[in-house]
Design a protein around this ligand. Structure first.
Ligand code: THG
Length: 266
């Protein structure tokens, strides 16, 4: 399981405050702790409040890279912010996120190909998030085709079925499991699949969120999920990921699930 730590996101108030006050120590600590807990990359999102997203993103990435050459998932909907951020990543960047909208997809896929980056793409387009699984799969196929046109291999692409909170749309997380399983049949090599895991528990009471997150992660791993943007600091979540991967027969059985997970993570 490829784990992308979710915490460097301006949606979190302490992160928004650290961006405003240029608190390097706080951001470096958040980078180091998420990586030490088993993340393989860090999602970086300046959040909704930033008045200068381009320089905020640049400062965040530079600050993180003072701590280590960690892989960065550049989480922005602005192509301009993406272009400036990708050029300063010291390690293979992940572009988060494209959509199936043809113009945006071709520009971001070309940018990813240019920097030998990986690309996360959402199964949505200018009309929004489709309600049917079939339409999401159609968009996933369009994403694979668009990425290949730009010179990416499907295996450089993570397709995200866009998880809605179970508290908002109860059928949505279960339906996303079908999409995750079906995406694997689209091409050979297949694209990878990813979810923004914490979305699933948004709006649920705080005491249940971790339980909902790790239960869903186990269900998604059983359907072939490759990656998650999630809270690597949640030890129970990481242990559930490790146990699920062993039970899904991805790794050889080992009693020490977490140790095994750390050794085997890609
Ligand atoms: N797909 C892709 N990228 C994504 C998402 C996705 N990036 C952002 C997001 N979704 C994934 N990251 C988060 C980070 C935090 C939360 C949810 C998803 C979260 N935050 C708390 C909340 O909203 O209740 C607020 C912060 C706090 O606890 O203080 O849950 O789906 N490709």
């Amino acid at each position: 399981m490829f784990i992308i730590g979710e915490k460097i996101n301006g949606m979190f108030l302490p992160v928004a405050a650290a961006i405003r006050s240029k608190d390097e120590k706080f951001i470096r600590g958040l980078a180091a702790s998420q990586m030490a807990a088993g993340a393989s990359a860090l999602d970086v999102n300046v959040g909704p409040a930033s008045d200068d997203p381009k320089s905020a993103m640049k400062w965040l990435i530079e600050t993180i890279q003072k701590e280590g050459d960690f892989r960065i998932s550049i989480d922005t909907s602005s192509i301009e912010v993406m272009e400036s951020a990708v050029s300063i990543c010291k390690n293979r960047p992940i572009l988060n996120s494209a959509t199936a909208s043809a113009d945006k997809l071709s520009r971001l896929a070309a940018l990813a190909a240019n920097y030998k980056a990986e690309l996360i793409a959402l199964t949505m387009d200018e009309k929004g998030i489709p309600s049917s699984d079939e339409k999401k799969l159609e968009l996933a196929a369009a994403i694979v085709a668009g990425a290949e046109n730009a010179g990416l291999s499907p295996s450089d692409v993570y397709i995200d079925p866009v998880l809605l909170p179970v508290a908002v749309s109860q059928p949505s997380p279960r339906a996303a499991l079908e999409v995750i399983a079906q995406i694997k049949l689209l091409s050979d090599p297949a694209p990878k699949t990813i979810v923004g895991l914490s979305n699933v528990s948004q709006g649920a009471s705080k005491s249940y969120r971790s339980l909902i997150n790790r239960t869903y992660l186990a269900m998604a791993i059983s359907r072939g999920l490759d990656a998650a943007i999630c809270d690597s600091l949640d030890g129970e979540l990481m242990a559930a990921a490790a146990a699920s991967e062993i039970l899904a027969d991805k790794f050889i059985y080992c009693e020490s699930f977490v140790d095994s997970f750390k050794k085997n993570r890609k």
